[in-house]
Design a protein around this ligand. Structure first.
Ligand SMILES: C[S@@+](CC[C@H](N)C(=O)[O-])C[C@H]1O[C@@H](n2cnc3c(N)ncnc32)[C@H](O)[C@@H]1O
Length: 282
C-alpha cells in the first residue's frame, strides 16, 4: 500500500477499501443500490425470471457486444462499475482476462454486490475495490492498461468530472485503451427532450443527467486527458431511444436513419444524437 492509500482509506473486507467522505449525492446512490441495483446501473427494472446472470447482463452497449473476444490486459481500472455489469459481461461473454482489476465507485453497497458477483462468477480474482468521492485515487501513476467508464460522468457535476479525468490521466499508461461509453448526454440531443420534459414537472435528483455539447466534450478531454487521443461517437441511444413508442411521428424513420452508417447520418447523429461516447484512438 502506498502512503496515500493507507492515510486516506480504511479496509472494509479483503478486497474493499473506503474513504470516510459522505455526501447527499452519495446517499442517493446508496439508496438506489440497495433498492434495485440493476435499475440504478442500467436504467431498467430487474427482471425477476430466468437465471441470475441473464438478469444482471442487461442492456449491454453495442460497443461491448461487438468487442473482440479473448483479450488479456495487465491492469483494468473501471470508474463507477456499479454491481459489475460491464466487467461481468466482458469476462463471461467475451473471455476478457486481466492480472488486476480496480473498481472505483461512490457506493459501498454497489461494491459489495460487485465483489460477491465476481466471486460467484469467477471473474477477475485479483481485484481492488475502492469507495471514494472526489478523492485522489490510491493507484500508481502510469499503471493502467484499460480504463472503462459507462454511464457515470453524466450523473456527476462538471467539477467532479474534471477532477476525475485528471486522476485517470495520471494513472493511465501511455497508449492506454480508454472507453467512456454513454458518458456525455448531448445538450442538443432530440432524445433528451422526453426525459427533460418529465423531470421539469417531477423535479431533478442530484444525480440527474448533466448535458454537454460536442465541442465541450472535445475540449474537456483535450485539456484534462491529454495522454490519449479520442474518437467521439454517439452511443446506441441514437436519436429517439428505442424504447420510445413507434407511434411518435417519424420515430421509426429517425431511428433507422440514425443507425445507418452513411456520412450524412453520422453527422446528423453527432449533432442531434442523445449521448456521446469517447473511445481512445487505436
Ligand atoms: C448509472 S450507474 C452505471 C454503473 C455501471 N457503469 C454500468 O454501466 O452498469 C452509475 C454508477 O456510478 C457510480 N458513481 C456515481 N458518481 C460517482 C462518483 N463521483 N465517483 C464514483 N462513482 C460514482 C454510482 O454509484 C453507480 O454505481
Amino acid at each position: 500500500m502506498s502512503n496515500l492509500q493507507s492515510n486516506s482509506y480504511d479496509d472494509i473486507s479483503k478486497n474493499i477499501i473506503t474513504c470516510n467522505k459522505t455526501s447527499e449525492y452519495q446517499k442517493v446512490w446508496e439508496k438506489e443500490a440497495s433498492e434495485d441495483s440493476v435499475k440504478s446501473a442500467a436504467g431498467i427494472d430487474r427482471i425477476q425470471k430466468g437465471n441470475e446472470i441473464d438478469q444482471l447482463l442487461v442492456k449491454i452497449p453495442q460497443f461491448y457486444e461487438n468487442f473482440k473476444s479473448g483479450k488479456h490486459y495487465g491492469h483494468i481500472l473501471e470508474f463507477g462499475p456499479g454491481y459489475g455489469r460491464i466487467p461481468l459481461y466482458l469476462s463471461k461473454k467475451k473471455d476478457v482476462q486481466c492480472n488486476l482489476y480496480t473498481g472505483i465507485d461512490i457506493s459501498i453497497n454497489m461494491l459489495k454486490k460487485l465483489d460477491s458477483y465476481f466471486d460467484k462468477y469467477d471473474t477477475f480474482p485479483n481485484r481492488k475495490l475502492i469507495r471514494q468521492e472526489n478523492t485522489s485515487l490510491p493507484v500508481e501513476n502510469d499503471s493502467v492498461d484499460l480504463i472503462i467508464s459507462s454511464a457515470v460522468f453524466l450523473h456527476m457535476n462538471k467539477e467532479s468530472v474534471i477532477f476525475t479525468l485528471k486522476e485517470l490521466n495520471r494513472v493511465a499508461k501511455k497508449g492506454c485503451e480508454v472507453h467512456f461509453i454513454g458518458s456525455f448526454p448531448n445538450f442538443y440531443g432530440l432524445g433528451s427532450f422526453p426525459s427533460n420534459f418529465i423531470s421539469f414537472f417531477k423535479g431533478k435528483k442530484t444525480n440527474y443527467m448533466k448535458f454537454y455539447s460536442l465541442s465541450e466534450v472535445q475540449d474537456l478531454l483535450k485539456e484534462h486527458f491529454d495522454k490519449i487521443s479520442f474518437d467521439i461517437s454517439v452511443s446506441d441511444f441514437s436519436v429517439f431511444h428505442r424504447k420510445f413508442p413507434k407511434a411518435i411521428p417519424f420515430n421509426k424513420k429517425f431511428r433507422k436513419y440514425s443507425l445507418d452508417n452513411s456520412p450524412h447520418s453520422q453527422l446528423y447523429n453527432l449533432a442531434f444524437g442523445s449521448c456521446f461516447s469517447a473511445i481512445s484512438k487505436k
